[in-house]
Design a binder for this molecule. Structure first.
Ligand SMILES: [Zn+2]
Length: 273
C-alpha cells in the first residue's frame, strides 16, 4: 500500500508544512512523533491530524507516481487478485446499501475514484456516473479501459453539476482540509441526495493496539484521522447528517476491514426564510 520509493520517513524537512485543526484553528498536541511528521490531536474537538505533514506540492508528486495504486486498496487491474475479490464484495454491498436508502438510480459522483471499478459497477446498476481522481494513472485507466467519465484533478476544479449520490471511499483521510471537502460535497448534493463514505478510524482496535505501528497510520498520505465522534462533528459542521454507520468487518459494505468504517447520510435541509 505504501510506495517504498516515496516513504515519508525519507521526505526532506523542506517538503513539510505545519497545519492547525480544520474545525477549531488550533495547533494539535503530540500523540506520536514520526520525524519529519507528527501525529497530533486538537485539544478542543479531539480531531487527530498530521502536522508537520507533506506540503501540497510534495503530496501531488506522490499521487502522480504510477506505483501509488499498485497493491493498494484499489487493487491491481488484474481481475482475480485477492484485493480485487474484496473490492467486488465492498462494491456490491455498497451499491445495495445505496439502493436500500435511495431506490431509484440517479446521477452518481465518486470523488477519488481510483481505477474506476466502483463507477463501472454503479453504471451497470443503472446510475449515471461521473468521477474525480487526483491520480492521472487512475483517471486515464478509468476512461480508457472502463469507459467511465473521470475528471483528473481536485474536486474544487471539477465541473460543478448536482449529484443524487456522492461517494468517497477511503478519500477523506487524504484531503488537505476535510471540512472544506465536506462543504463542497454538501454544495454538490441535489435536494434529498445521499452521500456515502469509507474512512479508516483512529479509535479502531488495530489503531489502539498497535499505536504508532498501526499499518494504516501512513503519515505521508493519511493526514486526518477520524473517529465516529469527530466524523459526526465534521459532517454536522458541513451541513450533513450521518444516518447509517457500519464498523463491523463482517458486513458486506466493510468486509474484512477491522480499522475502517462506512457511513451514509444526507444533507441537512437549509433553514427556510
Ligand atoms: Zn479542533
Amino acid at each position: 500500500m505504501v510506495v517504498d520509493g516515496v516513504r515519508g520517513r525519507s521526505a526532506a524537512r523542506q517538503d513539510t508544512e505545519s497545519v492547525t485543526c480544520c474545525v477549531c484553528g488550533l495547533p494539535g498536541e503530540s500523540v506520536y512523533r514520526l520525524p519529519p511528521f507528527g501525529v497530533v490531536r486538537c485539544p478542543v474537538c479531539e480531531l487527530v491530524f498530521v502536522s508537520p505533514r507533506l506540503s501540497a506540492q510534495a503530496l501531488q508528486r506522490l499521487y502522480d507516481e504510477p506505483a501509488y495504486f499498485e497493491g493498494g486498496v484499489y487493487g491491481t487491474p488484474s481481475r482475480w487478485s485477492p484485493a480485487m475479490a474484496l473490492q467486488r464484495i465492498w462494491t456490491a454491498g455498497r451499491l445495495a446499501e445505496i439502493a436500500r436508502q435511495q431506490p431509484a438510480p440517479g446521477r452518481l459522483l465518486e470523488i477519488g475514484s481510483g481505477y474506476g471499478h466502483f463507477l463501472a459497477a454503479a453504471r451497470d446498476a443503472g446510475h449515471d456516473v461521473r468521477g474525480v481522481e487526483l491520480s492521472s494513472t487512475g483517471s486515464r485507466y478509468s476512461r480508457a479501459e472502463l469507459g467511465v467519465d473521470v475528471f483528473s484533478g481536485q474536486l474544487a476544479d471539477a465541473p460543478t453539476s448536482e449529484a443524487d449520490v456522492i461517494c468517497f471511499w477511503d478519500t477523506l483521510e487524504h484531503v488537505p482540509d476535510p471540512l472544506d471537502f465536506l462543504r463542497e460535497v454538501r454544495h454538490r448534493l441535489a435536494p434529498g441526495g445521499l452521500f456515502a463514505l469509507s474512512v479508516p478510524y483512529f479509535s479502531s482496535l488495530p489503531s489502539r493496539l498497535l499505536q504508532s505501528r498501526w499499518w494504516t497510520l501512513k503519515p505521508e498520505q493519511h493526514i486526518w484521522h477520524l473517529t465516529p465522534a469527530t466524523l459526526r462533528l465534521l459532517t454536522a459542521r458541513a451541513g450533513l447528517v450521518i444516518t447509517t454507520m457500519v464498523t463491523s468487518p463482517v458486513r458486506r459494505v466493510n468486509a474484512g476491514r477491522t480499522d475502517s468504517l462506512v457511513a451514509v447520510g444526507r444533507a441537512i435541509p437549509e433553514q427556510g426564510g
